[in-house]
Design a protein around this ligand. Structure first.
Ligand SMILES: Cc1cc2nc3c(=O)[nH]c(=O)nc-3n(C[C@H](O)[C@H](O)[C@H](O)COP(=O)(O)OP(=O)(O)OC[C@H]3O[C@@H](n4cnc5c(N)ncnc54)[C@H](O)[C@@H]3O)c2cc1C
Ligand code: FES
Ligand code: FES
Length: 474
């Protein structure tokens, strides 16, 4: 434990002494003259601020891109960060930078440092096939003037990395982050405390002493509030180094996902085991956000338009809630009480999400939004059916977001689907209940009537997608 921690930035330790825990890494870097990392939106939308955090990966390491505008600098105490200013060797550009020059991937250049960092992480990604372009690698970076073609050409032109210092760094172990306790006295004389515990026991001891503490998972919601709404708390507690929240376990009864596992890891490790996740996460913000965002944050935020609740409600997920008193399990269907109000008790956290077995044999996630990628839902739906050998539905789950004050299931429609095959008549029967199941609102994303229509249309889409002709086309 250290009271005056540092961050290693491009190989150079920089002191975090007296840094306000609300200060994002982006501003911390820029205030120290590291202005290569740019600020565009300060809310995770543009990727101009992308940096790489060197992250433990068993006996080796991984380069993980994050939006530095949404990560507290003190949250990275003791960790290693690579910025766009740490790539070139003297006058010699890094191959990723040289490729951007060669293909004309930069015009005004404002977005370029962020793209370079995303390309850098992709260049060294285990399993990357040189010549192939994985769009997701740059999905969180926006460019207003160059256009994406030359940037994708830069990525396509990159050979496998040579035996350079970054490749050698990846082969080395990165220790798990240590516990941090940090206090800053601000200009107005007030004190802000920051804790980064590494065990649940330590977390609950901190919460007992600091009951007003604000928890930070990945910080992708909390730091938007810090940057855009100027929200401040006397105490911040980071959950991102608590090993018990970062595991994924599977046994005969359930798949248990730690509430602090970054969404990109769930996508990579479970996208095939649970196809709902394989459909959900590519539509959930961008890879940059998913490298930090967690299920715990998405559920406790309790937004009616959060994307994981409809998927997890359809999977009949159960939450493991933990506090100093122990743990309890609560079906997710009982978690959302009202608009942004949950059943979480004081001093309690979401520790894990359990997806019970057997998994449904039909599972689909649909998201209606103005853009396909990197957008917030107007309406989202998670559908799941458990069917017997004759195709008769034994259990149905139809869950929606964006149509009520909380994410919710259409239970009356579920009831009429059970005991029958999912044919055109079943859709008609369910539709009579879906039309009146919810009371959606009108806002800038869609009118109440539009949302109401989507509730039924998405079930019709499921039927169309499951028809033999659609399945053959897939
Ligand atoms: C650019 C951008 C795009 C986004 N796109 C989407 C999208 O497409 N779909 C979507 O659903 N969301 C989206 N979000 C919202 C956000 O990324 C998600 O809600 C994310 O899952 C939040 O997780 P987090 O760990 O970052 O939460 P945090 O910001 O760390 O926390 C959110 C809330 O949950 C609390 N909390 C966190 N973890 C726990 C826990 N384990 N136990 C108890 N309380 C906890 C915090 O105190 C806070 O109140 C987007 C956000 C941004 C900035
Ligand atoms: S400044 Fe736009 S994503 Fe960080
Ligand atoms: S080069 Fe100008 S925004 Fe991308």
């Amino acid at each position: 434990m250290s009271s005056e921690p540092t961050i290693l930035v491009d190989g150079r330790p920089i002191s975090l002494a007296s840094v306000d825990p609300h200060q994002p890494l982006l501003h911390f870097l820029r205030e120290r003259g590291l202005t290569g990392t740019k600020e565009g939106c300060a809310e995770g939308e543009c990727g101009a601020c992308a940096v790489v955090v060197v992250t433990p990966e068993g006996e080796s390491s991984r380069f993980v891109t994050v939006n530095s505008c949404l990560v507290p600098a003190v949250g990275l105490a003791g960790r290693e960060v690579i910025t766009v200013q740490g790539l070139a060797e003297g006058e010699a550009l890094h191959p990723v930078q040289a490729a951007m020059v060669e293909t004309g991937g930069s015009q005004c250049g404002y977005c370029t440092p962020g793209f370079v960092m995303s390309l850098f992480a992709e260049h060294y990604r285990e399993g990357r096939v040189p010549g192939e372009v994985w769009d997701e690698a740059i999905g969180g970076n926006l460019c207003r003037c160059t256009g994406y073609r030359p940037i994708k050409d830069a990525l396509a032109s990159l050979p496998a990395p040579g035996d350079d210092r970054h490749k050698r760094r990846l082969a080395q172990v990165t220790p798990a982050p240590a516990a941090v306790q940090h206090v800053a006295t601000l200009e107005d004389g007030s004190e802000v405390r920051f804790h980064r515990p590494t065990t649940l026991e330590a977390l609950f001891a901190i919460l007992a002493a600091e009951p007003e503490a604000k928890l930070v998972g990945g910080g992708t919601d909390v730091f938007v509030e810090v940057n855009q709404l100027d929200r401040r708390w006397p105490v911040l507690v980071s959950l991102d180094s608590i090993a018990e929240l970062r595991g994924i376990r599977e046994d005969d009864a359930a798949l248990t996902i730690g509430a602090g596992v970054p969404l990109s890891r769930i996508e990579d490790e479970l996208g095939e085991t649970v196809p709902m996740f394989g459909e959900l996460f590519p539509l959930f913000s961008s890879r940059l956000i998913r490298n930090r965002a967690t299920l715990g944050g998405n559920l406790v935020n309790a937004s009616p338009i959060g994307d994981s609740p409809p998927a997890l409600l359809a999977l009949d997920a159960v939450l493991v809630l933990a506090s100093a008193e122990g743990t309890r399990e609560l079906p997710l269907s009982e978690f959302f009480l009202d608009y942004r109000k949950t059943a979480l008790a004081a001093g309690e956290i979401v520790a894990a999400v359990k997806v019970p077995k057997p998994f449904p044999d039909v599972q689909r996630f649909y998201k209606v939004s103005k853009r396909i990628m990197d957008d917030i839902s107007t309406v989202a739906a998670g559908f799941a059916f458990w069917r017997d050998a004759d195709g008769v539905i034994t259990k149905a789950r139809l869950a929606y977001g964006g149509v009520a004050a909380t994410p919710a299931r259409a239970t009356a429609a579920e009831d009429v689907l059970e005991g029958h095959p999912f044919d055109a008549m079943a859709v008609v029967r369910a539709s009579t209940h879906l039309g009146t199941a919810f009371t959606p609102m009108t806002d800038h994303r869609g009118s109440a009537r539009y949302r109401e229509a989507m509730v039924t249309r998405l079930l019709e889409k499921l039927h169309a997608d499951l028809s033999p002709r659609s399945e053959a086309a897939e």
